[in-house]
Design a protein around this ligand. Structure first.
Ligand code: AVJ
Length: 319
């Protein structure tokens, strides 16, 4: 590869330790909960890709529509020489943005998956031989130190993933993004918007049951990594709209009373019939709320773009 570097801020043990900690604390509290980041092993990432192609799951298509429509504008407003992408995954969505950025010198993908980072870098460098790619193997919810590179910088956080954080976590996260920015830098963020409840629930409870399988995959991850004996068939997929907080909750509901052993933690976890594990919160936003949360982190919203059906928004904000 022409110009590829990777900085590792995660050691091999870190993920294992974090999973143990999350499972121990999440399954011994009431109500039980598991953080959504554990969905994404190889199988879970595959299922998520499948979700993005479902007729009911509009966010990915809506965001792509905005990105395609606005790539030139985003590129010229930011004038960025460095593009930082938090949770870059396959870097698929960023492609047309990169193509629209004539001043771009350095791309900094940040992800917890080393294979995603090297795969994305390889294909990007094949298309853009003069681009410098400096990947960061890191958890973007933790404070980051970006590699040295030319400003202005554009930091992008796409897909609506901000919605997986609870409001206090979002405040911490946005403040840490703000700390990465210098005057003239900008943040481009994707947020799914509040809409009709039936549309939202269908997006998280599709007819083919792909989202159900994705949700249950977290149990398979815990079985494999921590020697647990969850049977996915013992649990039902639940997606509900929380009207008060304006977020979707995904839960796994025990069909019957069941006891699960987690060998690596020496833990026995009893479930009553109907008892649930909260596995994901996916918040939906309004422009005023996004503006306010950005402002509280010291960021000023300067652009707000939605898709033609007003389902999803990209916001641009500056330090
Ligand atoms: C990748 C976090 C944006 O919350 O919509 C898709 C994950 N969960 N279906 C979302 C997800 C259920 C997704 N994000």
């Amino acid at each position: 590869m022409n110009d590829f570097q990777m900085t590792r801020t995660l050691d091999e043990n870190a993920a294992e330790v974090a999973l143990r900690t999350d499972v121990l604390s999440g399954l011994t509290r009431f109500p039980k909960e598991l953080p959504p980041k554990w969905f994404y092993d190889a199988r879970g990432s595959e299922l998520f890709e499948e979700i993005t192609r479902l007729p009911e799951y509009y966010p990915t298509r809506a965001e792509r529509e905005i990105l395609l429509e606005r790539a030139q504008e985003i590129a010229s407003v930011s004038g960025a020489r460095t593009l930082v992408e938090l949770g870059s995954g396959s870097s698929e969505k960023t492609r047309h943005l990169i193509e629209a950025m004539p001043a771009l010198e350095t791309y900094v993908p940040v992800d917890v998956s080393e294979s995603a980072l090297t795969g994305a870098a390889e294909s990007l460098l094949a298309e853009h031989p003069r681009l410098r790619v400096h990947a960061l193997l890191a958890d973007f919810t933790r404070p980051l130190r970006l590699p040295e590179s030319a400003g202005p910088r554009l930091v992008v956080f796409l897909g609506g993933t901000i919605g997986n954080l609870l409001p206090p976590e979002r405040a911490v996260f946005l403040a840490s993004v703000r700390a990465m920015l210098s005057p003239g830098d900008a943040l481009l963020m994707g947020t799914d918007l509040v809409k009709d409840e039936a549309v939202l629930v269908a997006a998280y409870d599709d007819a083919r049951g792909v989202t159900a399988e994705f949700n249950k995959n977290v149990l398979a991850v815990i079985d494999r990594e921590l020697g647990a004996d969850f049977h996915t068939a013992d649990f039902a997929h639940v997606a509900v709209w929380n009207r008060e907080h304006e977020w979707i909750e995904m839960r796994l509901r025990a069909r019957e009373a069941v006891t699960v052993k987690v060998r690596a933690l020496d833990l026995v976890v009893p479930f009553e019939a109907g008892e649930e594990i909260l596995t994901e919160v996916s918040a939906k936003f309004r422009q005023e709320g996004v503006r306010k949360e950005l402002a509280e982190a010291g960021l000023e919203l300067t652009q707000w773009w939605t898709d033609s059906e007003g389902r999803f928004a990209l916001s641009l904000s500056v330090a």
